[in-house]
Design a protein around this ligand. Sequence first.
Ligand code: RIB
Ligand code: CA
Length: 315
Amino acid sequence: MDVDTGVDDCIALLYAVASPEVELVAATCCAGNVVAPRAAANTLAVLELAGAGDVEVALGSLAPLVAPLRTAVFHGPGGLGYAELPPARRAPSSRFAPDLLAAEARRRPGAITLVATGPLTNVALAVRRDAELPSLLRRLVVMGGSVDHPGNTTPTAEFNVLVDPEAAKSVLDAFSGADPRPLLCGLNVTEQAAFGPEHLQRLAELAGSTNAVVRLVSDALRFSMEAHDRAGVGYVAHLHDPLALALALDGSLGETRAGTVDVELAGSLTRGMTVVDWQGLWGRTPNADVVVEVDAARFLDELVGRLAALARRAG
Ligand code: RIB
Ligand code: CA
């Protein structure tokens, strides 16, 4: 997983650790929700609390490829909402994240699914290190963009892509021709993954409200829920990153449509916009499997069940 651990990245990491079918090879960290060192510290602390303190966590690029770094405000001062975790006992790995991504894909060709839930800076740099990365990975899954749907950071741009649009464009270009095509999970579906008080209630009933994992989930997501409520969206948290991971594990949770996706770089109003050519008007081969429908209720049920099992085990 390549993460910018913030609130929903934290939940995605917990979901990965909670999923018996997942071998979490490593967590590589980029700047986005928070500065990269903070993302790495959060990732180390979350994995340790979840009983996965042995997973390699590597620091990546401190800044986007070209754009000046902009971080988010929707994740609280430390990036985990109201959650304050004890600092991890471990430090990040000595490996630079893009080097790790390239090395692990080459070491285990066809075996690793890379789930990117932050800006794509590290993935773009990894492709520069090994141009064969797209064919060495089993699949690339991206939480990013917004397809035929508004943005969440500008009217047209989703946060991960807007933080580093050059990286997003570079990655989409590099992975054109990958088989299977990258799976693109944009706001058009991730905003349907609305985690509410009833989900927190069920988690607490299943694993106990004082359980350390339950408290982390509750303290992290409560910050997002309050921010969304203030924004008039309702007292919910959109679980963008966990949904992307869940779709990587179980494609039956969603429906995809092959499309040609590109990223606007120049538009003063539309920079960071993901544009999808469904009809082949650009004369280019589709370069992504775009998630267009999702069974949000089944995803949220699965998430609560798996987090509860993890909480009972680790908390
Ligand atoms: O736009 C949502 C995405 O931006 C999520 O990955 C969230 O963690 C932030 O990085
Ligand atoms: Ca993220």
